[in-house]
Design a protein around this ligand. Sequence first.
Ligand code: G6P
Ligand code: MG
Length: 215
Amino acid sequence: DIKACIFDLDGVLVDTAVYHYKAWKRLANELGFDFTEHQNEQLKGVSRMASLDLILGWGDVTNLSPEQKNELADRKNTWYTEMIGQMTPAEILPGAKQFVIACREAGLKTAIGSASKNTPTILQKLELNPLFDAVVDGNSVSAPKPDPEVFLKGAEDLGVSPAQCVVFEDAVAGIQAAINGGMKTVGIGSPDVLTKADKVISGLDKMTLEMLASL
Ligand code: G6P
Ligand code: MG
């Protein structure tokens, strides 16, 4: 039986991908190159430093020291935090808050499982903190998705077994992380991309408690 729902944040509860994209694009442009929205897809669910490495690869920027890379990541994060600082609860994705509330009313536990170190800020801006029994994010895990650490820690914090959890994810790496952790998965996005998910929907506005039972 399903006892808990674990939600990725970016792309599942809120569309921060557009802010990540704008900030990374600005950094790339300052370094003298550009990348497409299609390439940006590959950054979803990927940690900040791993994202930077991918982007630098696209621009053929090589031989940077760890210090230089940290400076670039910090520069991007400064622009990103300026943008998310302006966010309001109006930016919660359609149906997301309603579905989390429905889960809780049905007696299910709820948690956040995100790679983002900015999770606390985003949850505060969206006023979503009261809806989650546990929050596991980029500040509390060391292994990035597709390693299952973030979701396993979520299950542990909730006091449920992995097999009792459903993970909601928009990233290929995130679906794989949940599968690696022995959890059920619902992909948010396109079935052509999230091929390994147990079920794929376009958004949480399409999700129901009945669908949970059939996973
Ligand atoms: C999420 C996003 C990624 C982002 C990562 C780290 O997984 O989908 O695009 O790179 O979080 O975010 P952060 O806020 O720590 O830079
Ligand atoms: Mg995501």
